[in-house]
Design a binder for this molecule. Structure first.
Ligand code: CTP
Length: 397
């Protein structure tokens, strides 16, 4: 997928630099030509010898290196790439980029270019959350810099939260997406996926059998066509796809909030199995058999995310796709559901237990639109996703 693509990889000085030899290897496996640049601080974490050996070329290290300046000046170096990747992008490097500083080779290259830039931030969670870094992030996004990660997780410093650099394969997926010339390039598409968990008390919840497999496959298929995907997911069984912006939620109300925050979008695909009801007054302490007896659960209705997005007065996505999981009178029920909620297309399927679709790897879908009901043969969820992504791409041109 990356054959012949030239990537200038700027390696910043953070502990996550230890992942960059693997990143280089993965990029080269896919045919990319990687020109590495090391900051001074990066050399404290990974040696020029290691980087040079995996990249197949010696890394650039110094702004005032007369030999390389004579062979290829820094201006030329930054312009000859198809994409500049900064990994790890430290808080310091991001601050320099946001300010337009140019006091070493890495920052000079980043200022002296109009080549697209993709950064993979990595830093301590407090540094990430600091208002100064958040300001820089907003500035960089406004300047058109692409982001992959950071991920939420345990960090080398022993803390937990957002700040971990994305894994090499996640960065590769983002690179492929940034360089893709797919039909959905430049389109922002929102995908909801997975079940929601509605708490009863701090340890118990109400859920459903959705695995998230279909929504995940759809997000991956859209990203593969070049879309910029925001993936809002409940607690799914399958991991989220690489190369998309992941927003993890638990409840229907959190999902609605995340969807609203992610808008505007060119299209929205609501594949989540959102719980229709939540427990009206979830207990904030564990219900006890001895103290509370048999609980009588009262329910309250959850917001209908699909209906709310479909019926937005302003800023409605151009195409809204809903799902209808039915067990009987599939076309009739799904058509009525689509009309009631106001979405443009509805992907209807029969989820009766005998079909094995809920939680299985296959799906049998009927696409209902103004053009009528179109029955797709039973196929793998990945193939359903690809066909839907192609249809969305055709509809959005
Ligand atoms: N949906 C949603 N928010 C909800 C419920 C459903 O966004 N609170 C979306 C789902 O993501 C899906 C579609 O609506 O795209 C259909 O969901 P489904 O559960 O089948 O429909 P219901 O509204 O629950 O209708 P019913 O229970 O009558 O089948």
């Amino acid at each position: 997928m990356l054959a012949g693509k030239r990537i200038l990889l700027i390696i910043g000085g953070g502990i996550a630099a230890y992942k960059t030899p693997d990143l280089i290897r993965r990029l080269r496996e896919r045919g990319a030509e990687v020109t590495p640049v090391l900051t001074r601080a990066a050399e404290e974490f990974v040696t020029p010898l290691t980087i040079g050996a995996v990249a197949g070329v010696a890394p650039h290290r110094d702004l005032f290196d007369l030999t390389t300046e004579a062979e290829m000046g820094h201006i030329q170096l930054s312009r000859s790439a198809d994409l500049i990747v900064v990994a790890p992008a430290t808080a310091d490097l991001m601050a320099k980029m946001a300010q337009g500083l140019a006091n070493d080779l890495a920052s000079t290259l980043l200022l002296a270019t109009d080549t697209p830039v993709l950064i993979a931030p990595a830093m301590n969670v407090r540094m990430w959350n600091h208002p100064a870094t958040q300001r820089n992030i907003a500035t960089l996004k406004g300047d058109g810099v692409g982001f992959v990660g950071p991920e939420v997780g345990n960090m080398a410093c022993g803390e937990h939260g957002p700040g971990r650099m994305s894994e090499p394969l996640g960065i590769v997926a983002a690179v492929e997406q940034a360089l893709a010339n797919g039909p959905l390039k430049g389109k922002h598409i929102l995908v909801t996926s997975g079940p929601t968990h509605e708490p009863i008390d701090p340890v118990r919840y109400i859920a459903n059998r959705s695995s998230g497999a279909q929504g995940t496959a759809i997000a991956a298929a859209l990203a593969a066509l070049g879309a910029d995907v925001t993936f809002v997911t409940g607690p799914a069984d399958v991991p989220p796809p690489a190369g998309v912006r992941v927003v993890a939620v638990q409840t229907a109300r959190e999902m609605l909030e995340a969807v609203q925050a992610a808008l505007p979008a060119d299209a929205a695909v609501m594949a989540a199995a959102v719980a229709d009801w939540r427990v009206a007054s979830a207990s904030d302490r564990k219900l006890k058999k001895t103290r509370d007896g048999m609980p009588a659960l009262e329910f309250a209705e959850n917001p209908d995310i699909l209906a709310q997005v479909s019926q937005m007065a302003t800023g409605r996505p151009g195409l809204v796709v809903g799902f209808a999981a039915e067990t009987n009178d599939v076309v009739e029920n799904a058509t009525a559901k689509g009309k009631r909620k106001g979405c443009d297309w509805i992907m209807a399927n029969d989820v009766s237990p005998v079909t094995g679709i809920m939680g299985g790897s296959e799906n049998a879908v009927i696409l209902i639109s103004d053009a009528g009901a179109e029955e797709w043969e039973r196929m793998g969820k990945v193939d359903v996703a690809k066909r839907l992504a192609d249809r969305i791409a055709a509809a959005l041109v």
